[in-house]
Design a protein around this ligand. Structure first.
Ligand code: ADP
Length: 701
């Protein structure tokens, strides 16, 4: 086959190779005469001769007689179509039969032409020329396509490599940012702590101005860091959404509380409307991220509005028993956004209309983050705005309805009670922290709420201090605040070792970027809670209140007696809650247990073990959690007393103890306990064990 390339100018078909097949010698000669001057023509009088010629060399075109004695043209044509090497040779039928049907069949099978004899030389030449040219173009097109495909595959491979490199870079960036933010937070913790401490002292108005400025700037810086970290998490696909039950109302009230000062400071009005149908509903989703999104929009509305009203409404925009489609509208009467910029404000670092506003520059990251979060929750964020009149930002989202009790209200509601009176505690906290400035700041924070602190430079020193205390039989620490990254021995190892000593002291991790998800990890590593650095005052209070009994706090009184302690802890919730009696002499243990049990159970406590059996008989709890090592009467003795009494002998008892040896556990179970939990316990394990036991007890009694 002649491999003609597409060349500009000249006849590209010259010297093409043609086989002419006809049983008539006359016709063959005539064809040779017509075509031979331009092309290389080979003649075959039968199908067999034609096959031989084709095997010698693949022709560029075939002229084929339709009717031949030994094999007809159609059958021959079909046979060459079965050979992949021959199938693309253009075939022109020559025939003296003017039969429409045959013509249709031939063309239908892929013939290039169907030409009626007698042959007109010029027409035949034109047709042959056309099909040769077509074949050449097709071949070069195929070549082009295959080389393009190759190029494309190469590009695709290169792209894939680039994507992999970019992904790795993004991962590195996220890790880098997480580490960086940790590094930045540490000194910021110090700056904030020092300026807060200074602001509480007796300082001149001028100094007060400076320190307030420092404090405000640090908070802004903290926001920038959080925003950048959030955005890089989103970009790296690492932003994970929680799926817990919560009520919309609680999210909204928390937002309201958060912005109330800003609203008041600017002399604005905040109108909140919540659809009645939503007030009772529990939804499944990520309340913290929803809160973050709404708060962002509300803060912007306040920031860009000088006078008037911010209206915040939540409506259910459709019905359904399984899902609640919601719409949150945050409408302001502020500066508005130019129409041509309504799209770009959702892009990172875009800030518009600064010339119209007197507000401080933000990061330009709030909206892109909010939009991404809302989209990760399966919702949409849209905006409508009129320059000079105001803007409305709307979130539409569809969330599953659940019957599960909300976890969010409790945890969050408490966390945000910033305006409540400062609690005062009585106790001693071990602080394991290597950074000198941080040590001072934490000590200062703790002193303000009445707590003494002992500082350890690293995990090992912390461990030594705890052991030393045990040797001297001094009272264990009430709480340990543990930095996780420290030289010599890090917080994880120190926590594992301290927990193994069985002092029962709750250990709280101090970390940067606490995510709800991370908490599980810390708990798995033996911490009972974690607190973000730099900690906000209310965050520290929330944490301390989980583990320590305040001696003074608004609404909470001294807890020296069992009754008072019980009053403080006891949930006044519905009577159908199962009752749990905790018998433990350690206040911190009681608080830690009660903290996570009280949302599901009614909790009673007794610290004097000598009164435990009597209290059980009076209150008839559904389950008893019993410590073993207690002054007065130990857990085994309490157990014996319970078993002796007809009323209490069937109440299931779980030993909760720092004694972790198999012998101790066997001894506990042989005394009649239904289960044994070692300290430090994982709240989820305790809950599961309690529920399983309650169910078993119900089924067997
Ligand atoms: P930041 O507020 O930190 O600058 P955002 O991403 O939250 O960043 O907002 C981007 C920009 O969108 C703002 O700088 C502002 O120009 C505009 N914008 C956002 N909300 C409003 C609003 N309620 N009214 C007017 N402009 C707004």
């Amino acid at each position: 086959m002649v491999d003609n390339e597409m060349m500009p100018g000249g006849d590209i078909t010259v010297n093409s190779d043609i086989i002419v097949i006809d049983d008539s010698k006359v016709i063959l000669t005539a064809l040779k005469d017509i075509l031979g001057g331009i092309y290389n023509v080979r003649a075959a009088q039968s199908a067999k001769e034609a096959y031989d010629l084709m095997q010698e060399k693949i022709p560029d075109l075939i002229l084929l007689d339709l009717e031949m004695p030994e094999i007809n043209g159609i059958a021959f044509f079909e046979s060459i179509k079965t050979n992949p090497e021959w199938r693309n040779i253009p075939v022109i039928f020559l025939t003296s039969i003017d039969d429409r049907k045959k013509e249709e069949t031939a063309l239908g099978l892929g013939a290039a032409e169907y030409i009626l004899k007698p042959i007109v030389a010029e027409i035949l030449l034109k047709r042959v020329h056309f099909h040769l040219e077509l074949a050449i173009y097709r071949r070069s097109l195929e070549k082009l396509v295959s080389s393009r495909t190759e190029d494309l595959l190469k590009t695709q491979e290169e792209l894939q490599r680039a994507v992999n490199t970019a992904k790795a870079a993004l991962r590195d960036k996220t890790t880098f940012l997480a580490n960086m933010s940790n590094e930045i937070r540490t000194p910021m913790n110090n700056i904030m702590g020092i300026s807060e401490a200074a602001l509480e002292g007796d300082i001149s108005p001028e100094m007060r101005g400076y320190f307030t400025g420092i404090n405000d700037s640090t908070r802004v810086l903290l926001r920038v860091i959080n925003d950048i970290l959030d955005l890089s998490k989103i970009e790296a696909g690492k932003m994970e959404m929680e799926n817990v039950s919560f009520s919309t109302e609680s999210v909204i009230r928390n937002c309201q509380m958060m912005v109330s000062n800003q609203i008041e400071d600017k002399g604005l009005k905040l109108d909140i409307h919540i659809d009645n149908s939503l007030k009772e509903k529990q939804l499944l989703g990520d309340p913290v991220r929803l809160y973050q999104s709404i708060l962002n929009l509300l803060s912007n509305a306040i920031k860009f509005t000088e006078k008037g009203t911010i209206s915040f409404s939540v409506k259910q925009i459709g019905s359904g028993n399984e899902f609640a489609p919601l719409r949150f509208d945050i409408k302001d009467t502020g500066i508005g956004i130019p129409e041509e910029q309504l799209e770009s404000i959702f892009e990172p670092f875009v800030q518009v209309g600064k010339e119209h506003s007197k507000v401080d520059a933000g990061t330009g990251l709030g909206l892109p983050i909010t939009k991404s979060i809302v989209e990760l929750m399966g919702g949409t964020l849209t905006v409508e705005s009129t320059l000079g009149e105001g803007s409305t930002f709307s979130i539409e989202i569809k969330l599953p309805i659940t019957k599960e009790d909300s976890l969010f209200d409790d945890v969050f509601g408490e966390a945000l009670s910033e305006n409540s009176d400062q609690p005062v505690f009585n106790g001693e906290v071990l602080v394991c922290e290597d950074n000198l400035m941080n040590q001072q700041v934490i000590r200062e924070h703790l002193k303000r709420v009445g707590l003494e602190s002992v500082i350890a430079e690293n995990g090992l020193e912390g461990l030594r201090i705890v052991i030393d205390r045990m040797k001297k039989e001094k009272k264990p620490f009430d709480l340990i605040l543990m930095d996780t990254q420290m030289p010599v021995m890090d917080g994880f190892e120190a926590t594992a070792r301290i927990n193994a000593l069985g002092t029962g002291t709750p250990i709280v991790a101090m970390v940067a970027n606490v995510m709800v998800k991370d908490l599980e990890d810390y708990i798995r590593n033996g911490f009972l809670d974690c607190i973000g650095k730099p900690f906000q005052t209310w965050d520290l209070w929330r944490c301390l209140l989980s583990f320590l009994m305040p001696v003074k706090s608004s609404g909470i009184t001294s807890a020296e007696s069992t009754e008072q302690l019980q009053d403080d802890i006891d949930d006044t919730g519905p009577d159908n809650k199962k009752r749990i009696l905790i018998v433990d002499d350690e206040k911190s243990n009681i608080i830690a247990l009660a903290h996570f049990l009280r949302d599901e159970f009614s909790v009673f406590v007794i610290r004097d073990s000598r009164e435990a059996a009597e209290m059980a008989a009076n209150h008839m709890p559904n389950i008893i959690l019993l410590d073993i090592l207690m002054p007065g009467m130990d857990g085994y003795e309490v157990m014996t007393a319970l078993k002796k009494n007809k009323k209490t002998k069937n109440i299931p008892v779980i030993f909760i103890s720092g004694l972790t040896s198999p012998e101790a556990m066997m001894k506990g179970l042989s005394h009649g306990a239904s289960d044994y939990i070692t300290k430090p316990f994982e709240p989820s394990v305790v809950k599961t064990k309690i529920k399983r036991l309650l169910l078993k007890h119900e089924l067997t009694n």
